[in-house]
Ligand binder design. Structure first.
Ligand code: SF4
Length: 324
């Protein structure tokens, strides 16, 4: 959904450029998209959701919301889809709308919280307060939707400490999932002007990766699922919409590489062996070796031989280290 439904103009956002869309999708277009995706799913027991993202879904007229939801509900009725999720703004949540969403099969609501620091929210021209996020979260939980609270890092007026506090508040508000997006400077936004005038400095990629790694570990510790790290790949971003910022096509992989880098270096400590063999849960193997073998290369500087291998008996980030 483009930001046409959105009443606000956050300083960092130009949804039309990010999503590449400037008009509402037609019903036929949505059906076509759903059919294409469904046809590509081969796994029988796969859990499938239809999601309305971008813009402010609950900012649309109720009749338009119902029209879009009816398409998705139809697929739930046919048994092809298990739920509907949507993203919206915290100040566009009220009981009337939540009733409508409940009746229409919506299961998950993601709020763009971005920050739970009022100073940062004002600097970004978000148009809502941290308290409004808390109130909306309470209502969503009360209506028994699954709650997602998205956050951004590196916003104007933000600091790593403020981001960490935002993450702690997201956990306390009962979110089951989150997304972490580093702030980018997009052309034709207020932030682009602030950047050009020297009032805003974007995070370095390494800073954003390091902070995201800390936040990911915090969320994991509290059972909050991080379902996205970094922006989706968008042709528009690659075609010059982004002026600067910590964007990387493999942002998540960089973050997981960073986490494994710390784990491995802490475990290896002062080991003076010639060779090491590290066994890893196969799902984590690539991240342990690192993006472009970064972690392996670091270890190769210390050991004559470094071997990584998968071990199916290991779970999560458990590993076995043998040194000789
Ligand atoms: S509320 Fe969301 S869609 Fe609207 S301007 Fe802000 S970030 Fe963009």
């Amino acid at each position: 959904m483009p930001e046409l439904a959105c009443p606000q103009q956050c300083s960092f956002c130009d949804q039309r450029q990010i999503s590449g869309k400037a008009s509402f999708p037609a019903v036929e277009e949505i059906i076509q998209k759903i059919e294409t995706h469904l046809a590509s799913f081969t796994c029988e027991d796969r859990e499938v959701e239809i999601a309305f993202f971008g813009g402010t879904f609950t900012g649309l007229p109720l009749i338009t919301q119902e029209k879009y939801l009816a398409i998705a509900r139809n697929y739930i009725g046919m048994g092809f889809v298990t739920g509907i999720r949507l993203s919206t703004r915290p100040d566009y949540i009220d009981e009337e709308n939540l009733h409508l969403l409940k009746l229409n099969g919506v299961t998950t609501i993601e709020l763009g919280a971005q920050s739970l620091d009022d100073e940062v929210l004002i600097r970004c021209n978000r148009g809502h307060t941290a308290q409004q996020v808390a109130d909306a979260a309470e209502m969503i939980n009360r209506f028994k939707f699954s709650l997602g609270l998205q956050m951004m890092i590196g916003l104007p007026g933000d600091t790593p400490e403020k981001s960490y506090t935002t993450a702690q508040k997201i956990i306390a508000l009962g979110a089951l999932e989150t997304r972490i997006y580093p702030c980018l400077v997009i052309k034709n936004t207020k932030l682009a002007k602030e950047y050009a005038e020297g009032f805003y400095k974007a995070m370095e990629l390494s800073e954003a990766v390091g902070l995201s790694a800390e936040l990911l570990l915090l969320f994991e510790q509290h059972g909050v699922k991080v379902i996205r790290l970094g922006l989706h790949r968008s042709e528009n971003l690659h075609n010059g919409a982004m002026i600067t910022g910590p964007y990387h096509i493999s942002f998540k992989e960089l973050v997981l590489t960073e986490i494994w880098n710390k784990i491995l270096l802490a475990e290896i400590g002062e080991t003076n062996s010639e060779s090491i063999h590290i066994q890893i849960n196969p799902a984590e193997l690539n991240f342990a070796i690192g993006y472009q073998s970064k972690n392996k290369k670091v270890l190769m500087n210390r050991f004559r031989q470094v071997k990584f291998s998968g071990n199916n008996s290991l779970i999560g980030r458990d590993f076995i280290l043998n040194s000789q």
